[in-house]
Ligand binder design. Structure first.
Ligand SMILES: Cc1cc2nc3c(=O)[nH]c(=O)nc-3n(C[C@H](O)[C@H](O)[C@H](O)COP(=O)(O)OP(=O)(O)OC[C@H]3O[C@@H](n4cnc5c(N)ncnc54)[C@H](O)[C@@H]3O)c2cc1C
Length: 489
């Protein structure tokens, strides 16, 4: 073992970084990210964080109700209550940290509306809230004496022993093994199992795959959210999101004939929850036999658009679309995972000492469908809970010897053949997109299992390609297994 920590946090998105901030100075923590620190889904978040800060015009009850409606009442009510009632103090805490939320002239935080919310309650930093949060958190965590940050360090396997874990990490082509009493997985989403996603390149489901291999309970992983309005670039895998807030501010959705159609499918029109709008687009696409759809916000003044959506304006301009004058080409793509590693209200998984928070975890907050801007809030609330729970356990039970270190496999091996990841992405895009194709579940599951066996039963060189290919295959296979068995839906 190269070194032992009290806690190892895998991931430097909102969940991992905020957890790190919540440990007292006598608890030593290692936090790792497999790429540069800011590369994460958290950094991409545009719209903001949903929370009730004004109890005159809004209430916890309304936020809970909106969350339950979006989640089709399949949410875990206790988790939703915790999210909504504890979230505001976490948001105020990160404001104290220096996160530059947009303010009204009277100094209160600006609150915008997003689809599915019955009140203006989304606090934001322009249209790049996630980056504002991550940047400030990296600054704050870097100043902590008890936290060691390690970037470009890929966790490639986790071994459970008597009183903790041994964690294998690949950095600069070398393998290291670190021990820890507690491990928090904050590894984010699974977007990269799809051909088209809004997710960042790190989203390959690694934490879910590790937890699954350790025997942890995985729940509702087939609850995948598709965002209705990603920029319809011709070839990019990572599609740039045109935030819900653009529709919140009045943008309308048009089909290939320039006709507004969202109200034909739901009385809430463009402001219906994302699954409803995504579904409407796909059905309209079948009806019109075209995948051309547009968002139009040209009704608003150019000054308003540039001030409110500076990042979206610039990004679209780069693609040749001036959103103050032109319609924005959009189409649904994979966006978020509601299910994941099953955790309780303290973010404990079913494996002793193993915690999970953020997008890789299933708290039950989102039910069948996430309400916009609830996920950053969930990452904050439940990662803070994990840190508190771990701290209490260390205080109450002290530090024990971990247990025998397992033998390590050499990282050298034959090169993995190309094409496994692309194949799985095609299968998932074809089988389990906005309108799933149940007739393909079994065949697709068999194909993914075949790839997975190939990956698990060959001595390929351990590198990021192999680790991510395995994670993608494991995640896709659990999703297809759930849907083919008709469980957990
Ligand atoms: C385009 C976009 C816009 C969004 N907008 C909003 C919004 O407005 N409001 C909202 O609430 N939510 C939004 N979301 C969702 C939200 O951003 C994410 O759900 C949330 O930020 C996830 O945070 P996280 O900390 O769980 O994961 P991430 O932020 O994705 O971080 C994951 C971390 O895990 C690390 N990691 C993964 N695997 C390994 C490994 N094997 N070894 C080492 N490190 C590893 C990565 O390097 C990374 O640091 C948006 C998402 C996207 C993609």
């Amino acid at each position: 073992m190269d070194k032992k920590y009290d806690v190892i946090i895998v991931g430097t998105g909102a969940a991992g970084l905020y957890a790190a901030l919540n440990f007292p100075e006598d608890i030593n923590v290692l936090i790792v990210s497999k790429r540069d620190l800011p590369l994460s889904n958290s950094s991409l978040a545009q719209g903001g964080v949903a929370c009730v800060l004004d109890t005159v015009h809004d209430s916890y009850k309304l936020h809970i109700t909106d969350t339950l409606i979006a989640g089709k009442y399949k949410n875990n009510l206790s988790a939703v209550e915790k999210l909504v009632s504890e979230g505001p103090s976490d948001v105020l805490r990160i404001k104290e940290l220096g996160v530059d939320f947009d303010l009204n002239p009277d100094g209160t935080m600006c609150k915008t509306l997003e689809a599915g919310h019955s009140r203006h309650r989304i606090v934001h930093h322009k249209d790049s809230t996630g980056k504002a949060i991550v940047d400030k958190h990296i600054e704050a965590v870097s100043a902590l004496p008890n936290v060691t940050i390690c970037d470009n360090a890929l966790v490639y396997s986790i071994h459970k022993v008597l009183n903790g874990f041994y964690i294998d990490i690949l950095k600069d082509g070398k393998s290291y093994c670190y021990g820890c009493s507690y491990c928090l997985l904050a590894t984010g989403g699974i977007g990269r199992i799809y051909k088209y996603t809004t997710n960042s390149a790190i989203s390959t489901g690694d934490g879910i795959a590790f937890a699954y291999m350790l025997g942890a309970k995985i729940s509702h992983i087939s609850r995948v959210q598709f965002h209705p309005t990603a920029f319809a670039a011709e070839k990019d895998r990572e599609r740039f999101l045109i935030s819900e807030a653009v529709r919140g501010e009045g943008a309308v959705l048009l089909n290939c004939n320039g006709k507004r159609f969202a109200f034909d499918y739901d009385s809430r029109g463009e402001l219906a929850p994302r699954d409803v709008v995504s579904d409407a687009i796909i059905r309209e696409s079948i009806k019109t036999k075209s995948e051309k759809f547009y968002l139009d916000i040209t009704d608003k003044s150019a000054d308003f658009i540039k001030e409110r959506f500076p990042m979206i304006y610039e990004r679209c301009l780069k693609e040749g679309v001036d959103i103050t004058k032109d319609r924005i080409p959009v189409f649904p793509c994979q966006h978020y995972l509601m299910g994941g590693i099953n955790v309780d209200l303290d973010a404990r998984t079913s494996i002793d000492g193993l915690y999970a928070a953020g997008e890789c975890a299933h708290t039950g907050v989102h039910g069948a469908n996430r309400l916009a801007s609830n996920s950053l809030l969930e990452a904050l609330v439940f990662s803070r809970s994990a840190a508190t729970d771990i701290t209490n356990r260390i205080r109450n039970h002290g530090r024990k010897p971990l247990g025998t270190e397992p033998a390590h496999k050499p990282i050298e091996g034959k090169p993995m053949p190309h094409g496994f990841r692309s194949k799985i992405r095609e299968i998932m895009q074809d089988t389990y997109f906005v309108i799933p194709k149940p007739e393909k579940y079994q065949e697709s599951y068999n194909k993914v299992e075949k790839i997975l066996n190939e990956l698990l039963n060959n001595d390929y060189e351990i590198n990021s390609d192999l680790v991510e290919a395995k994670s993608i295959a494991i995640t896709a296979s659990i999703i297809l297994d759930e849907v083919r068995e008709g469980i957990n839906l």
